[in-house]
Design a protein around this ligand. Sequence first.
Ligand code: FES
Ligand SMILES: [Fe+2]
Length: 449
Amino acid sequence: MKVKSRFDRTFDRELLQEIKEKLDQGLLPQWLQTDPDIYELEVKHIFSRTWQFLGHESELKQPGDYVTRWMVNDPVLLVKTNSGEIKAFLNSCTHRGTHLCTADFGNKKTFTCPFHGWSFNLDGKLIGIVAGNKVYGEAMDKEEWSLRPIPRVEVYEGLIFGNLDPQAMPLQEYLGGLKWYWDIFLKRSDGGMEVRGMPQRWIVNTNWKCTLENFGGDPYHVPSVHKSTVEMGISPSDPLYSSYGHQVVLEHGHCVNVNVASPGAKQTPYQGLPEEMWPMFERNLTKEQLEIFYKTTVIVGSCFPNLSFHCPIHGSEGHLHNYLTLRVWRPLGPEKIEIWSWFLIDKAAPEELKENAYKGYISSFGPSGTLEMDDTEIWARVVQASKGTMARDRHLSYNNLYNYMMGMGKVEPDTSWPGPGTAYPTCYVDFAFRGIHKYWLELLSQGVE
Ligand code: FES
Ligand SMILES: [Fe+2]
């Protein structure tokens, strides 16, 4: 007789129901981080249906400017056409499928495939075939062999997103209340934000959910993981310093943490941005957004499934800098991600501020930044520990459950909060985590019998 082992996990409704019940209690199985079967379901039912960030409009200024990107395993070519439109194609030649464009970015009039030399124009049309009529004859209709467009491409305030599902809900509807918080940095200045440099990329041995959570709802880790910054005098020594403010839970697994200065500490209005920019903020934002922005030190959060954002105020070399970094956590498997990190700053900011803020970013959250290094090590260890025999036991028990109980039954929403979503009056709570996993489970369940 075949005995079902403790490690047999069939993703049936029964098991998902069990996970749901645990989640309602603030518990989640440790193995869901890296389980290979779960990963397959995620690629199929989450990444093929949700909106994923591809780039920023300011990366493509002139006709012919292009960048190459990824949506998990689908290579993407983003290009600005002669009419100024941004198009996204599968970066795979329609002849035999190799990558059409191999550079990270550049400017071209046409794209010529390195394999057999077919060439395509900026609109994706096939315009040249090596030996054309001699080998394919008249029967070959070039019109039928254009590049394959990414099914959906939509833009919000300069942020370009793609979706592999032609039936997906519109981007703006998907973002929902998150837009209101994004507008605090995307819309505050005339001309919005612009990307400086190219996105930096590096690989970390962790799972995409771990990083999504970290930016989405974990200010609780800051005083411990980033203790060195406390020791250097960059961060305050009060262990509650990253708790002050609000954690906001939004629809579709999105979440935001809006931090403020410790009680009694000196205020730095509008994240330390120069006073000459303030009238612009006051013109471009609503009264409610200004009220929040004035006091904010850090806005950090996640847009489900794999985009995070961080708009902090950081000290380095005796200066305080504000900037925006966007992060894509591109899964390369259950235990590996490629991090893509963009630096953005107000287009209307003085040039000197842009340069100083860029240095501030590089020294804190670039791949060699002090804070970045701390996180990377911890994320890798989370994943390693999720593969152990005890952690992988199918039966959900004390031995293999994570604790997501912070704030449950203790912290009530702040009904006076002026922004959308459910806002809790501290960031040391796990409501954002549970929001992420609730939506994760909802999408995953749709693919399970
Ligand atoms: S694969 Fe591109 S021309 Fe053959
Ligand atoms: Fe961190």
